[in-house]
Write a protein that binds this ligand. Structure first.
Ligand code: 26V
Length: 824
């Protein structure tokens, strides 16, 4: 008889060592003689992987038997970071492994840092998807993620002479966390043509064929929950040439080179993650990626549903699909195509199913970021889908015309097709029309989409179709893993780690705010985290910073709307002030370290200029003996998830200073506060809800409000505007060549001085500087500061991605958790 399973469930450090060594010797075929850190990492990862795999199989089986609704999260990005630490903490045997590794002569930190980040995302949107997977598993929801298996993740950033240089991120050399499923493949069609025929029942039907076929191969990765055995699946599709008859003919007729070229062409589809925030748009390969992934995922989902032999009307009771931004919008016409063309359903019956199945999350109101694809391109690549999109549009417009007969302009405004040259398909409109719910990612943002980009749709569908789900973060990675000492301290006060599964329990910490011992411990942990960050800075930047200084951090993608330029101009202002001080005055200055990090899209020149300026300013200030420890400026190279795990716990203040109304939510703001840092921020995105939760006295808000932005911009254009005098002095300093050739920074300065200051840097400058002054004063009163940080941590329960996922489950997906049996 078959044993239940064969992998060894280690419990002691000796058993762990046996497992790790067995993997090193047999799975990797390496001798223990030359067991280096890389091998120790591999052995450890494989030992834990065995544990995950068993629970993974059980979970999938249990979910299939339970036969309840599943959610599929379609996201072109999953910024997972490293998996080993997460696996150890979730399985709950990190200490055992630590002791075992010590026996073998290794330090846990060194082993963990052997792993490369899985950097399959750009920034907040991709990391949100990763946090959601963690919450879905931890809350026992039956859920799968679907994405692409990029050979290259987001590029690696190198700083050379102060400039960003992009280096490819080939991360798949050794990836123990993925399982190729060579038996799970889907053939995906591109190009070709559509023809009509009459079926046996006399119905007009369409077929799409004669195209080029590319095969999608599934790669699966286990997603373990915390404090549960539920282990969900992340399925990544990889592209390869299909081996149909066509290729064999070629091969046989000696066209070997052509056949290899075809192979390479097919493989490029999943080759590289697009560095999204760029002006690079309309690339055919990107559209191919989107369709390839949507079609493979839907085929997979439909195949699974059909196995159940249920009637089609049950589809949306079994399947919820969430569209993470508009990137997967083609899934809407694709499902309609499957139901109508392949399964023979009537249009209306199919469309009802489609709308009931999809939900769409919007992540930006910035018009330049809204996806559009040209009609000729879609016509060429996906001829049948274009027909379907037109049919969806025509039925929708008919309805609108009937409902609002007196409104002349509404049809042009809400049409999926923009009547430009060439015509464009507005993906966000298609996503709204094809979904039953549309959500924004923070309260202000969800309000804004209803009054700006989707205003007409609120009128057409009513307000109930639009809702808010404020973003969240997983406390497992962003507290327990990144800040184990703080996690332990909290657990010691709260009587265990339950708060990691119900973050609202943090509120109980408020009772300890005056507890001397607790305050001391809390402060000591922050200091230790700053020491660790200071070491990192010394190692990587060669700059010695004082851990007692105020650490001021802004790490996120570089973008004009996020206003890193406001930050660095503020730093220059501070520098000028210090330079003008007497020795006596300098004694009163609060020492600061300004820490920047983040990638610029390769083609985004303004963002690259900001990086260059930060580095130049740092070079000058850090070398200035008159300034010394009072001010240091560093740019941390190649910001990513695993670096965030070091940076976030080491911050005193972090900057979330977007022009009001532009940052949909922000999620790192939540991470910093949860780790005992405070925020300087605008009234934007989730900053507003953080303020509501922690209290106005515990956050440093500044700047103009979203409701005033439009008027200010208009005034700039009509009347021009007076440059803030302090900012003017900053610009004069830059122009004088203090930070190197001023010509290098002229586009940045001119965008404010001459081109209308679209992001309102000048309007917000004084308020920003004044608020930074308040922060200095507040930090000097350390006891008050510690009180603020403790109260803030205690009040962050709302921002767990668990809360967020429960809201999606209830309001949008209508799914229930499936609890594993005890000890199951
Ligand atoms: C994309 C682009 C591309 C073209 C150039 C301008 C531009 C500007 C912004 C974007 C962002 C697209 C969507 C996105 O990543 N949104 C982010 O989603 C996070 C998770 O909800 C949220 O926390 C961030 O505030 C939001 O920017």
């Amino acid at each position: 008889a078959w044993k239940k399973h064969s992998a060894r469930e280690f419990k002691t450090k000796e058993e762990f060592e046996n497992e790790a060594v067995r993997h090193i010797e047999t799975t990797l075929a390496r001798s223990l003689f030359n067991c280096d850190e890389a091998a120790a990492y591999a052995g450890t990862a494989l030992a834990f992987r065995d544990r995950l795999v068993i629970e993974w199989n059980k979970t999938q089986q249990r979910q299939t038997f339970a036969d309840q609704k599943r959610v599929y999260y379609l996201s072109l990005e999953f910024l997972m970071g490293r998996a080993l630490d997460n696996a150890m903490l979730n399985v709950g045997l990190k200490d055992v492994a630590k002791d075992g590794l010590a026996d073998l002569g290794f330090r846990m930190e060194d082993i963990i840092s052997q792993e490369r980040d899985a950097a399959l995302g750009n920034g907040g949107l991709g990391r949100l998807a990763a946090c959601f997977l963690d919450s879905l598993a931890s809350l026992n929801y039956p859920a799968w993620g679907y994405a692409l298996r990029y050979r290259y993740g987001i590029f690696k950033q190198e700083i050379v002479d102060g400039y960003q240089v992009e280096v490819p991120d080939y991360w798949l050399d050794f990836n123990p966390w993925e399982f190729p499923r060579h038996d799970v493949t889907v053939d995906i069609n591109f190009y070709g043509s559509v023809s009509q025929y009459v079926d046996d029942d006399g119905k007009q039907r369409s077929v799409w064929d004669n195209g080029e076929i590319v095969t999608a191969v599934a790669y699966d990765a286990p997603i373990p929950g915390y404090g549960t055995t539920t282990t969900n699946n992340l399925r990544l599709w990889s592209s390869k040439a299909s081996h149909g008859e066509f290729d064999f003919t070629k091969f046989n007729s000696g066209e070997y080179e052509q056949s290899v070229a075809d192979q390479q062409r097919a493989e490029t589809i999943s080759a590289v993650l697009y560095p999204n925030d760029s002006l690079e748009r309309g690339k055919e390969l990107r559209l191919k990626q989107q369709y390839f992934w949507c079609a493979a995922s839907l085929f997979d989902i439909v195949r699974r549903f059909k196995k159940s032999k249920k009637p089609w009307k049950d589809f949306a009771n079994q399947v919820a699909i969430q569209l993470n931004d508009t990137h997967p919008t083609l899934a809407i016409p694709e499902l309609q195509r499957i139901l109508v063309d392949l399964e023979g359903l009537g249009w209306d019956e199919a469309w009802t199913i489609v709308q009931a199945t999809f939900g769409y999350t919007n992540h930006t109101v910035l018009p330049e970021a809204l996806e559009k694809w040209s009609v000729p391109l879609i016509q060429h690549l996906l001829p049948r889908h274009l027909q379907i999109i037109y049919e969806i549009n025509s039925r929708f417009l008919q309805y609108v015309e009937k409902t609002f007969p007196k409104e002349k302009d509404i049809l042009g405004r809400v049409s999926i097709i923009e009547e430009s040259q060439p015509k464009m398909v507005r993906m966000a409109y298609l996503a709204v029309i094809g979904s039953h719910k549309v959500n924004g990612v923070a309260e202000l943002h969800s309000d804004l989409i209803k009054t700006t980009i989707f205003k007409d749709f609120v009128k057409i569908y009513g307000p109930d179709k639009f809702t808010n789900v404020t973003n969240g973060i997983t406390p497992r990675r962003w507290l327990h893993q990144a800040n184990p000492k703080l996690s332990e301290l909290i657990a010691s006060k709260l009587g265990g780690y339950d708060y990691l599964r119900d973050l609202t329990l943090l509120h109980k910490l408020e009772a300890f705010v005056d507890d001397k011992e607790f305050r001391k411990d809390f402060q000591a942990i922050k200091y230790a985290n700053k020491v660790r960050l200071a070491q990192y800075i010394l190692e990587h930047n060669g700059v010695k910073v004082n851990p007692a200084a105020l650490f001021d951090v802004q790490v996120k993608r570089i973008h004009e709307y996020k206003r890193q330029q406001l930050n660095i101009f503020g730093v220059i202002h501070r520098y000028l002030q210090i330079k003008a001080m007497s020795a006596e005055e300098k004694k009163k200055v609060q020492p600061r370290v300004s820490i920047f990090g983040g990638k610029a899209a390769p083609g985004y020149w303004m963002a690259k200029t900001v990086i260059h300026l930060v580095n130049q300013v740092g070079k000058v200030i850090n070398a200035d003996k008159e300034v010394g420890d009072l001010l240091k400026v560093v740019f941390l190279e190649d910001y990513n998830v695993s670096k965030a795990e070091i940076i976030v716990p080491g911050s005193d203040i972090s900057e979330h200073i977007s022009t009001a109304g532009t940052e949909a939510s922000g999620t790192s703001n939540m991470k910093f506060v949860l780790n005992g840092g405070l925020v300087i921020g605008t009234c934007d995105g989730a900053n507003i809800e953080i303020t509501r939760e922690v209290g106005e006295e515990n956050i440093f808000l500044f700047g103009n409000l979203a409701e005033d932005v439009e008027d200010l911009r208009e005034a700039h254009h009509k009347q021009g505007f007076e440059l803030d005098p302090l900012l003017k002095r900053v610009f004069e300093t830059i122009r004088s060549g203090t930070f190197g050739d001023a010509g290098q920074f002229s586009a940045l300065v001119d965008s404010i001085v001459d081109h209308g200051d679209y992001y309102l840097v000048s309007d917000d400058f004084k308020s920003y500087i004044d608020t930074q002054g308040l922060i200095d004063q507040s930090y000097a009163k350390q006891e008050e500061w510690v009180t603020k940080t403790i109260l803030s941590v205690a009040r962050m329960g709302f921002f767990s991605s668990d809360r967020c996922i429960d809201e999606y489950a209830e309001m949008i997906w209508n799914i229930e958790p499936l609890k594993p049996e005890a000890n199951g």
